[in-house]
Design a protein around this ligand. Structure first.
Ligand code: NAD
Length: 332
């Protein structure tokens, strides 16, 4: 199938070319993000491959349809950036990669927690400057702490088990309980109970109408005064302004983010020679107890291999057998 591959980085080319080594598909890599201005870059491709920071609103989807596109292959698990109702109305197939490496994301959440707690990022800079002082590098034992996990699907389950391995008490909140988590020793509680009892809270639920700004001022007010908050899920789960207020009031002790509400215009690109225009994000970066990575939790060799494999397999199944494998619709 002819595929217009938007928003391409070097690592995408490497892993997708490797997966397409027998040239089953005719892939054209395009650097630009997909949006209303770039939809015209499609020539005769019937498939597009896009990432989470591409725009798939109603206008773009109509543009894709008029260009003759039949299938939109998301090279991501998340699909909250797609207007699924319009895609369905237009008869556009949307596929995704439901699970590539849940270990990658769960392990990154642990990395954020450990780095923040033991101040590894600050210690690294200090030692390189010949400063061997331990002042302000004090951490706490993770062992024995209560960890609240919101969302115990594939990633939350692995994160919970890692935390149990550290000797933590793990509380969870989810709309559905996970039998494997219960068997491992996780205790399901109400959201308010989790917020008020946890020393460390990690978010692993999807972004939807119910979870938008799940962590807002009211939720923060329920939390322990020196809570640690980790978000590797989706930026809009957190009301960033409320979190900044809590950081200023020293109500949140440590904040680790791999995702940010308005990340679409920042993440995955190099702005090191520009001025950041987002004042909320810029304020976040001023706190010594905040660590931000740019949506890299998924970024392991295993995950990229799997993403390339499943994305192209989704397209092949549709092309060869008319089968919609890993399809996303409005009811998913
Ligand atoms: P999953 O579908 O396996 O699990 C999500 C869990 O959240 C499910 O158990 C679901 O029941 C639960 N949930 C749904 N609504 C909820 C609510 N209102 N309150 C509490 N729990 C709720 O998904 P997953 O593979 O574990 O991924 C979790 C999230 O991680 C994704 O939605 C995605 O946003 C994010 N993610 C981030 C990265 C990254 O690189 N940072 C990579 C992959 C996924």
């Amino acid at each position: 199938m002819k595929i217009a591959f938007f928003n391409t980085k070097d690592y995408d080319r490497i892993y997708f070319n490797q997966e397409n080594c027998r040239n089953e598909h005719d892939i054209r890599f395009i650097e630009a993000h997909l949006n209303e201005n770039t939809v015209n870059l499609i020539t005769d491709e019937t498939a597009v491959c896009v990432f989470i920071n591409d725009c798939l609103n109603a206008n773009v989807l109509s543009g894709l349809k008029s260009k003759g596109v039949k299938i939109i292959a998301l090279r991501s698990a998340g699909f909250n950036h797609v207007d699924l109702a319009t895609a369905k109305k237009l008869g556009l197939i949307v596929t995704r990669v439901p699970a590539y490496s849940p270990y990658a994301v769960a392990e990154h959440a642990v990395a954020l927690l450990m780095t923040l707690n033991r101040k590894i990022h600050r210690a690294h800079n200090r030692v390189r400057e010949g400063n061997f002082s331990l002042n302000n590098l004090l951490g706490f034992d993770i062992h024995g702490k209560t960890v609240g996990v919101i969302g115990t699907g594939k990633i939350g389950q692995i994160f919970s088990k890692i935390m149990l391995g550290f000797g933590c008490h793990v509380l969870a909140h989810d709309v559905e309980t996970n039998a494997e988590c219960i068997a491992a020793g996780v205790n399901y509680v109400s959201l308010n109970d989790l917020l008020s009892r946890s020393d460390i809270i990690s978010l692993h639920c999807p972004l939807n109408d119910e979870t938008h700004h799940l962590i807002n001022e009211d939720a923060i007010n329920l939390m322990k005064p020196m809570v640690t908050l980790i978000n590797t899920s989706r930026g809009k789960l957190i009301d960033t302004k409320a979190v900044i207020k809590a950081l200023k009031a020293q109500r949140i002790s440590l904040l680790g983010l791999d995702v940010y509400e308005e990340e679409e215009v920042l993440f995955f690109d190099d702005f090191s020679s520009s001025v950041i225009q987002d004042d909320v994000f810029a304020r976040l970066l001023t706190f010594p107890n905040v660590l931000v990575t740019s949506h890299q939790a998924f970024f392991t060799q295993e995950a990229l291999t799997r993403i390339a494999h499943v994305t192209l397999q989704n397209i092949s199944e549709f092309e060869q057998n008319g089968v919609i494998q890993n399809g996303v619709d409005i009811f998913t």
